[in-house]
Design a protein around this ligand. Structure first.
Ligand SMILES: [Zn+2]
Ligand SMILES: [Zn+2]
Ligand SMILES: [Zn+2]
Length: 236
């Protein structure tokens, strides 16, 4: 299947979904976006979500494709429609097929939908300014001057980072599920469970020192946070 935005072939990733099912997710890494078939829109398990984090982090491209202005459904070629949705208090957007074949969503908006993204607080923005002059917008890939802008001048996304508390919730869910059944991917989950104290310690550090992860003028805050989580999952 080809990417609705850049037309390159997408890569498939099999991920655990709830009720014992799995989904074959189509991912375009240069666009940092996914295609969900309508029937695939089942909630991912905690293991599926963390697996996705690893896949996205390991395939991160330095150059991000800007999304196309018109995109077609990979199943029926009808034009995709931009949809605005809301999950709890968080707004997110995606492009849906009018014929209900599925939807195309960026990784950033997917994280928003799942509550993994939070905007920086004013003290965090002050700390950020002491560390770097620019960051890459995690939503669209454009450079943002942190001295003058708290929102991306191109896509209007506020400076945001991965919400450590939500990641911790997923880890806790994973632990509960692993206790119930023995089917959680051992390469990924078991190590994370064993390293749970290390994970918790690092999150406590994150609260005190928000940018304890590696940060440079050319990194995105969400991407840097994701790399830190993936390093923990892989045991460094
Ligand atoms: Zn693409
Ligand atoms: Zn369609
Ligand atoms: Zn942006």
């Amino acid at each position: 299947m080809n990417c609705p935005s850049c037309s390159q072939e997408m890569s498939q990733e099999k991920l655990d979904a709830k009720y014992g099912k799995s989904i074959e997710l189509d991912i375009c890494h240069p666009c940092s976006a996914f295609w969900f078939d309508s029937l695939e829109d089942l909630a991912l398990t905690p293991d599926g979500v963390l697996h996705l984090f690893v896949v996205i982090n390991d395939n991160r491209s330095t150059q991000r494709n800007p999304l196309g202005t018109t995109m077609a459904c990979p199943r029926c070629r009808q034009r995709l429609v931009l949809m605005h949705d809301m999950q709890r208090a968080t707004r997110f957007t995606y492009w849906g097929c009018p014929g209900d074949h599925g939807h195309f969503i960026t990784f950033f908006e997917f994280l928003r939908e799942k509550n993994f993204i939070r905007p920086l607080s004013a003290p965090e923005i002050a700390t950020l300014k002491q560390n770097v002059r620019t960051v890459i917008c995690s939503s669209c890939g454009a450079p943002v001057n942190v001295e003058t802008d708290a929102v991306c001048p191109y896509c209007r996304a506020p400076l945001s980072m991965l919400d450590a508390r939500q990641v911790e919730t997923v880890v806790a869910d994973l632990k509960r599920e692993a206790a119930k059944r023995q089917t959680v991917d051992p390469t990924l989950a078991v190590r994370l469970l064993q390293d749970r104290t290390a994970v918790e310690r690092s999150f406590r550090n994150t609260e005190r020192e928000p940018f304890s992860f590696e940060l440079s003028d050319s990194s995105g805050l969400v991407e840097a946070g994701l790399a830190a989580v993936v390093a923990l999952i892989k045991g460094r």
